[in-house]
Design a protein around this ligand. Structure first.
Ligand SMILES: NC(=O)c1ccc[n+]([C@@H]2O[C@H](COP(=O)([O-])OP(=O)(O)OC[C@H]3O[C@@H](n4cnc5c(N)ncnc54)[C@H](OP(=O)(O)O)[C@@H]3O)[C@@H](O)[C@H]2O)c1
Length: 327
């Protein structure tokens, strides 16, 4: 590392973000980057990216890469997109055994076999497989397809009929075996979270991955406060509305375009920065087109002003429904 300590300090909404020569360190309660060795952070040549602690990992980028439906894309394009994303700091890779019935995990395994140590790899077990033995077997199948011996995070894709006790016991077994570093859940509404927290301490739940974008803010009513109170991070899925992004000619679209122009980014980057404005929210946009990957990476260090956040908040009302929406 050259140039030693030459931090540029930003104070945004009470959250201090210090740009080091090798990474961003977010200095706020519960968010400190606890890794002492600079070698574990981003290389000086990599573009800036805000990182936050997620489960056992001290520095996961706030913007990652989703992979749903990538089995429909050209395999070479998928490889190129994932690898470019990693080069640009989008090292949080989200997948699931569901995606393409394992084909997406296979593609990730092929594309990233030589990049395993550079990524934060997340997969999910289907609820119908989430029995005590079924969860372990499903994880082992995912590991094989992904060409790795460990996942950084393993999620229950949505609540199912197998007892949560069994799924959690399997998750803990997988941790003991070194096959996963942490576990979490997805699509859990408050009653599901309450049931889970009767079985496992909230501190064991690495995250709740839920639908969250500018057009669907229902988690802000109940799920987000429940998780925030217990320091369970949120991972926002479909953060760009699954391809149905805010129309540019709508009032909200015009606002995003104006803010984007001021920052020299795309409106989608503003949307991602808005989602990750709080210190406990990550976003995992899926992008196969390289221009999209580059654009999403540009959101990784984008900080919106309080005025911009307030304007976006007003343009995209919260809505009334408290129920957790899912896809
Ligand atoms: N846990 C769950 O139940 C669950 C459910 C849904 C999704 N997820 C996860 O969340 C990830 C993201 O959600 P998603 O795939 O539904 O949708 P998304 O990320 O909201 O949107 C993906 C779509 O937006 C396009 N796109 C990406 N970046 C763009 C940009 N900068 N500008 C314009 N368009 C852009 C993509 O096009 P190209 O691909 O052509 O570039 C793709 O068509 C999934 O891939 C998956 O990993 C989890």
């Amino acid at each position: 590392m050259t140039g030693a300590a030459e931090p540029r300090s930003l104070d945004v909404d009470g959250e201090q973000v210090v740009r080091m020569t090798h990474c961003y360190r977010v200095a706020a309660p519960g968010l400190q980057c606890r890794t002492a060795a600079a070698s574990e952070h981003r290389a000086p040549s990599q573009p800036p990216m805000i990182t936050r602690r997620l489960a056992t990992h001290p520095a996961v980028p706030v913007v990652g890469q989703g992979t749903w439906n990538m089995e429909r894309d050209d395999p070479t394009a998928v490889t190129d997109a994932l690898r470019l994303g990693i080069d640009l700091g989008l090292t949080h890779i989200d997948t699931a055994e569901l995606y393409g019935r394992g084909e997406v995990e296979r593609r990730i395994g092929t594309a990233l076999a030589d990049r395993r140590d550079a990524i934060y790899l997340v997969s999910k077990v289907l609820p119908q497989n989430a029995s005590r033995r079924g969860t372990v077997s499903a994880c082992e199948r995912s590991l094989e397809r992904l060409q790795t011996d460990r996942l950084d995070l393993y999620l229950l894709h949505w609540p199912g009929s197998h007892p949560l006790e069994d799924t959690v016991a399997a998750f803990e077994q997988l941790i003991t075996q070194g096959k996963i570093a942490a576990w979490g859940v997805s699509n859990f509404d408050v009653p599901d979270l309450e049931a889970l927290s009767a079985i496992a301490p909230a501190s064991a739940i690495a995250c709740n991955q839920v639908l969250y974008h500018l057009g669907v803010r229902a988690i802000e009513h109940r799920v987000l406060p429940w998780c925030r109170e217990r320091q369970v991070p949120i991972v926002a899925y479909s953060p760009l509305g699954s391809g149905a992004f805010v129309p540019p000619r709508s009032p909200g679209g015009a606002l995003l375009a104006k803010i984007a122009a001021e920052h020299g980014v795309e409106p989608t980057s503003v949307a991602l920065a808005w989602l990750t404005r709080a210190p406990d929210v990550f976003a995992i946009p899926k992008a196969t087109r390289l221009a999209h990957v580059r654009s999403n990476a540009s959101a990784g260090d984008l900080r919106l002003t309080p005025g911009e956040l307030a304007a976006i908040d007003a343009a995209f009302p919260l809505g009334r429904s408290h129920r957790l929406p899912t896809l």
